[in-house]
Design a protein around this ligand. Structure first.
Ligand SMILES: [Zn+2]
Length: 214
């Protein structure tokens, strides 16, 4: 067995031991999706009647622009659209618009509802997502080890890394704010979107700086 294969198996073992199969849940409700063009590329949003299921960066902007525009592609809405899913998607687009504009209103804006079937498993992974979302606010960063400690398991930085890789709701569960203990930004989306992570961290820093002045 090659070294790579052994390493892969070790990772698989550690992730299954952290998140037992029986603790994994997914939502059986029908989903609706929409797409939003934002400064870092196209985001795909999906929700059910109970809240958001996912927010994923689908394509990376060829060149990240200085534009802070964020716009829903309304003709791309599909799936099981009803009043509740529509509201969750709309709330999320509103939240994203504030996020990219860096509006001070974001600090008081309620985040969109999250579907409990996806986010409240009671396992370590969802605990990491919740603590990150609740405690690591706009403009702040935390290391993998610090986040593990905040979750009550100081030695679980690898499991924290796994939770970040499997985060279904980027930006709202701000995995881009989790950086290396050296201060370097580290990987984003398995290393394929590291420039996006740097852009997001810079964007938040700029906003924090101007926010402090006012
Ligand atoms: Zn759901």
């Amino acid at each position: 067995m090659g070294r790579k294969m052994m390493k892969r198996q070790a990772i698989l073992r550690s992730s299954t031991s952290t998140v037992p199969k029986h603790a994994r849940k997914s939502c059986a409700n029908k989903e609706a999706q929409t797409q939003v063009i934002c400064p870092t590329g196209t985001l795909k949003l999906s929700a059910c009647t109970n809240g958001m299921h996912s927010l994923k960066l689908e394509t990376v902007a060829v060149m990240i622009t200085s534009s802070k525009k964020c716009q829903e592609i309304t003709e791309k809405r599909n799936g099981d659209i009803n009043a509740d899913t529509s509201r969750h998607l709309k709330d999320c687009v509103k939240w994203l618009t504030s996020f990219f504009k860096g509006e001070p209103a974001l600090l008081s804006l309620h985040r969109p509802a999250l579907c409990p079937e996806i986010f409240n498993h009671g396992n370590f992974r969802s605990k990491v997502w919740c603590i990150l979302e609740e405690q690591v606010k706009f403009g702040r960063t935390v290391s993998y080890g610090e986040l593990a400690e905040m979750c009550g398991s100081p030695r679980a930085s690898q499991a924290v890394g796994s939770a970040m890789r499997n985060n279904p709701l980027s930006l709202i569960v701000p995995c881009h704010r989790v950086i290396l203990s050296s201060g370097k930004s580290g990987n984003y989306s398995g290393g394929t979107m590291n420039d996006t992570k740097i852009w997001l961290l810079d964007h938040e820093k700029t906003f924090k700086a101007s926010d402090t002045i006012h």
